[in-house]
Design a protein around this ligand. Structure first.
Ligand code: MRU
Length: 345
């Protein structure tokens, strides 16, 4: 399994990222030794996906400490640089969460911070594997079909996490249990995480799938070609409203109409009990060129303006379940605002 992110001590303290902007054509690694490069890597989606950003946040604090030693930063400068990592992207709560999990230990030294960050990374993989089993159990108990046909959006696999994956992890688990049918992977405009990354992972795992245009997904669902939609999440509010890659809410609406389950899978680090409802989640707006151009070529006419929200919010009453490592919360039938308290970390 390819690792999206790992810490290396030799020849110098660094974070190694696989450059996800170049996949699947080129497998190139970026060795990050400075906060500047880490922040740019996060902004440009060299590393992406909520749980992987959590790992980047935690390991990023250790990286900043290493740079502080080299460049003789004082405590205030180190604090500001850690803030820059935390704020590099706004929607996935895991980034700020990863920073906050280790930040208080900065006075104890880089060894302590690194130890905590490594624990967080290992904990993410364990959480993903556990939630995948919970999600697969629930789906097999609620979907009456031998080979379950799945639609997914964006990329929630190993590349988006420390390892294994969340929504993708459930797909993997169903496959290992011999219960997976065809997977429809939405291409995920404008940056094509589905076509480039999810398809790459599905191929590596030998999982039968097709890539479809995002605009095909509603029709695929209404034609009865899939049994369940499974996605990851960037931030889950206390009432279950969920921010994920733009296009997710359209899938959820189609699933409601077709009366098939819409499953959100995430480690509890993605649950943000400080945010009451989805309206309060900050949605990242990215450069308009991402939608006005395709593969580097301008496709919209000169003078056209773009609108490029990177995420959308699916209201909790469109979500059948939120599954974390702690179990399953049935959101569509439950409007209790404290619903997720038992599944939060
Ligand atoms: O902009 P991205 O690629 O970081 O968006 C990622 C997603 O929306 C994923 O679906 C989400 O982070 C869940 S990943 C396990």
């Amino acid at each position: 399994m390819v690792l999206a992110i790992e810490w290396l001590d030799d020849p110098a303290p660094m974070i190694r990222l696989i450059d996800q902007t170049l996949l699947p054509g080129t497998e190139r690694y970026v060795d990050v030794t400075t906060v500047d490069v880490l922040v740019e890597s996060i902004r440009h989606l060299v590393i992406r996906g909520a749980p992987a950003l959590g790992a980047a946040g935690a390991l990023g604090v250790a990286l900043a400490m290493a740079q502080a030693g080299r460049d003789k930063w004082d405590a205030q400068r180190l604090d500001r640089e850690i803030d820059r990592i935390r704020d590099a992207r706004p929607t996935a709560v895991n980034l700020a969460w990863g920073v906050s999990q280790v930040r208080e230990s900065v006075p104890s030294g880089i060894g302590t911070v690194l130890g905590l960050a490594r624990q967080l990374v290992a904990g993410d993989e364990a959480a993903n594997r556990r939630l995948s089993r919970h999600g697969a159990d629930w789906i097999l108990a609620h979907v009456a079909r031998d080979k379950i046909r799945v639609v997914t959006h964006c990329n929630s696999g190993a590349l988006a996490t420390s390892a294994w994956g969340t929504g993708y992890g459930i797909i993997h688990e169903l496959n290992q249990r011999g219960r997976l049918g065809l997977v429809y992977a939405d291409e995920t405009r404008p940056l094509l995480q589905g076509a480039r990354l999810t398809s790459w992972e599905l191929l590596q795992d030998g999982i039968e799938h097709v890539v479809q245009a995002d605009s095909a997904a509603a029709s695929t669902i209404l034609r009865g070609l899939v049994d369940v939609a499974i996605i990851g999440a960037d931030r889950i509010a206390a009432n279950g409203d969920t921010a994920n890659k733009v296009g997710s809410v359209g899938l959820a609406l189609a699933c409601q109409r077709a009366k098939i389950p819409f499953v959100v899978a995430a480690p509890s680090s993605t649950v943000d009990l400080a945010v009451a409802r989805g309206d309060d989640i900050v949605i990242e707006e990215r450069d308009e060129d991402e939608v006005l151009c395709f593969a580097g070529l301008r496709t919209a006419p000169a003078g056209a303006r773009g609108f490029n929200p990177a995420f959308d919010v699916t209201p909790h009453d469109l979500i059948s379940i939120v599954v974390t490592e702690h179990g399953v919360a049935e959101t569509a039938t439950n409007t209790d605002p404290d619903l997720l308290a038992t599944t939060a970390g």
